[in-house]
Design a protein around this ligand. Sequence first.
Ligand SMILES: [Zn+2]
Length: 438
Amino acid sequence: MKKSLHLKKLPLFIVTVALLGISLATTTVLAGTKTLTVNASVLNIRRGPGLAYDVMGQSQSGAKLNVIAERNSWYEVRLAGNKVGWVASWLVNSDDANTNAAKVARVTSRVNVRKYASTSATLLGALNPGASVKVVYSQGDWSQIVYSDTAAWVSTKYLELTGQTTTVTSTQTAVSKANTATQIKVKTNTNTHLRQAGGINAAIVENLSKGAELTVLNQDGDWFHVRAADGKTGYIANWVVSTPSDGKSSKAATSLNEATIVLDAGHGGSDPGASSTAGEKEKTYTLETVDAIATQLRAAGANVVLTRSSDQYVDLAQRPVIAANVNADAFISIHFDSSPESNTAEGHTTYYYTKSKDYTLATYLSTSLANLSTASRGTSFGNFEVIRDNKQPSVLIELGYINDDDDFQKLSSSTYQHQAAIDIVNGLTKYFAAGNHR
Ligand SMILES: [Zn+2]
C-alpha cells in the first residue's frame, strides 16, 4: 500500500434542469428524471450498476445523458441509439433542480401517437395539424410527448418546436407513482421538522414524527430535499434520517444474503503492487482472488460491489468512498504481503483499523481463514488508507507473502483462491448471524 491522498471530488457532470420522460419498452407513464451533461473529458459507462460491470462505452465532454433510474448509487442513463448504461452517481454533482420542463411543439401534419418509439407499437390515437404538444424527450426520429396524461411517442418530423417550454404538472401523479420503485426513501429516526430550506433556522413546513418515510428528491450538502407522504416538500438534515443503500434494506444486514459487501482488489493498472521473486505482480492475484470471493459471495446471495473488475488504476481515496456510497455492510480489501528480503516471511494476516468498527469483522474472517494452507498470522492493527478512511466495517487481508516462494506457489493457485473465498463466505456468514456488527 502506498500512494498519497488526492481525493477526487471534481464534479464530472453538470446536472441540468430538465425533467424528461422515460421510454423503456415496459414503461408507459411519465417518470421524472434528470439530464446530465458530461463535463469530464471521458466518463466510463458500464453495463450494470457497479464497478464490477464491464465498461460498455465512454462518454465525451459535452455529451448529454438522460437518467432513467437510480439504483445502488448508480444512475441508469440513456445513450445514443436507445442503448442503456450505468454511471456512478458519486461522480455526479447532484445539485439537480427538480423542475418539470417540457418543450412545446406544434404538430405540422396528422401524426399517429404510439405507445412506444416504433411504427409497430400500439396505436393510441392521432394528432391533427396545429395541435400543441408537450415534448418531454426526443431521440432521433422519435419524440416522447404527454398524451392523455401519459407518455406516448410520435414521429419527430411532424413536430415543430415553438421555442417555448412548459411544465408537465398534469402528470405529477403519474410521475410520482412511476418513481416509487427507483427513488431513494429515508426514514426519520426522531421527531423532527420538515423545513423550507436547508438549515436549522429555516422556517418549518410541518412536524414529522419518528419513522416518517420521505422520498429524496435531491441532496444538498448535509440536507435532503424530500417529499413527505402527504405530498409536501421541504428539507431535512441528513443526521435525523436513516438512509438505505438501495431499495434492498434500510438497516444493517442481519444475514449475509441481506448484505452489501464491497470487495477491493488491491492495486491495479499503473500500480502493480509488490512482486514475486520471479517478478509476478501482486495486482494480478488480488484481482483473481477477488473474482473467486465475489463468485462465492454472490452464490450465497450477497450483493457484491467491486472497486475494480479489471486491470485498472483506482485511486486509493476512491475505494472507501465506494463503500460509503453503497452503504456497505463490510469492506474487504485483498492484498499480498511482501518482506524486505524475499523468502524471509510467510503467512496471511487480517488487518483492522478501529477496534470498535473493524475488529470483530477481522476476528471472524481471521478465524475462518485458518483453514488456508498458508500459516495464519492472526489479526493485527494496520494503518492502511482504504480501511483508515472507511466509514464501513472494513478489513485488509494480506493473503500470504508474494515474495515467499512457498506462499506464492499457493496464493497464485485457483485452489488456494477458492479456499480463501469459501473461508471468507463462512466467516461473513457467522459474523452476520451473530448480529454483532453496527
Ligand atoms: Zn498490496
